[in-house]
Design a protein around this ligand. Structure first.
Ligand code: ADP
Length: 270
């Protein structure tokens, strides 16, 4: 904030000196409020597993000391809380790394078909464990310019969410199609869609889903091992790739999340 104060007392020789007053506003205003909210949220998210872990350790040191079965149970709970904290810290590091990166678009050539096949392969076990059928439908090749690791993170997050919050047993489809002229990107693009047939998301939540720590059902997210940061990370990566993220859902029918990225090549006709 800059204030300009004429110094009347120095008005000599017909010249008008000015004084510039600089005030540090970095800890005021919207940015600071958001930072404070974020720190409060992170502290709360870390406190929840910590409180539970302290309780488990106290039980292990006290009432469960002579009960091997109880010890096994509480150690398993302890392990779950530790993994939850680990996931949270991994996601926080991802976000902070993304925020520290230049805004320049990553420039490696990435084949989305290979990338989607790899993610679907990696998540096949998780899906079948939850009785979810994973169906992949792609053309032969689809190239974009980007960062393969970050795009893998995008697809993995979306497919994991579809498995977690979709129907069990149910089906998750991963489609890839060519869009001749994407209206917002104003050019040819590839659209990856992750579609589930789960309970869906009510319209009022849709605009807020990519906010950090926003969850529709906090209990369900926690129980599923969610951190509330997945879609915030997805949004960040898609923006960095100059792409579009579209979340559509029909309560009772399912959810479709589409990521559209500028195409690097024309599609292979097969
Ligand atoms: P989380 O770690 O909680 O999964 P995300 O940022 O990935 O966090 O997602 C935010 C919230 O969006 C989730 O907690 C869940 O309520 C909702 N959500 C995400 N994907 C789906 C989906 N496919 N179906 C229904 N709800 C979803």
């Amino acid at each position: 904030e800059v204030g300009i104060t004429p110094l009347a007392s120095l008005l000599r020789n017909g010249r008008s000196p000015v004084m510039l007053i600089f005030r540090d506003v970095s800890e005021q205003g919207e940015g600071a409020a958001m930072r404070r909210d974020f720190v409060a949220n992170v502290s709360h998210e870390l406190k929840t597993p910590l409180t539970a872990m302290i309780g488990y350790v106290e039980t292990l040191q006290g009432p469960a000391q002579k009960d091997e079965e109880a010890q096994r149970r509480f150690l398993a709970h302890l392990g779950q809380e530790l993994s939850r904290m680990n996931r949270l810290v991994v996601d926080l590091l991802s976000l902070s790394r993304l925020e520290g990166q230049s805004r320049r678009k990553p420039r490696d050539r990435v084949d989305l078909v290979a990338l989607l096949s790899e993610v679907v392969g990696l998540l096949a076990f998780t899906a079948s464990d939850q009785q979810v059928e994973l169906v992949l439908d792609t053309p032969e090749r689809a190239d974009v310019f980007g960062d393969a690791d970050q795009l893998t993170q995008v697809v993995a997050n979306l497919v994991e969410n579809a498995i977690k919050y979709g129907r069990q047993p149910g089906t998750v489809r991963v489609d890839l199609d060519y869009v001749q002229r994407e209206p917002v990107l104003r050019g040819p693009a590839w659209r990856m869609s992750v579609i589930d047939d789960g309970p869906g998301i009510a319209a009022e939540h849709l605009p807020r889903l990519t906010e950090r720590f926003y969850r529709v059902d906090t209990g369900r997210s926690r129980q599923q091992g969610g951190t509330g940061l997945g879609l915030a990370i997805v949004k960040h990566i898609v923006n960095r790739h100059r792409g579009r993220l579209k979340i559509e859902s029909k309560p009772g029918e399912g959810t479709r999340i589409g990521v559209t990225l500028p195409a690097a090549t024309e599609p292979t006709l097969s």
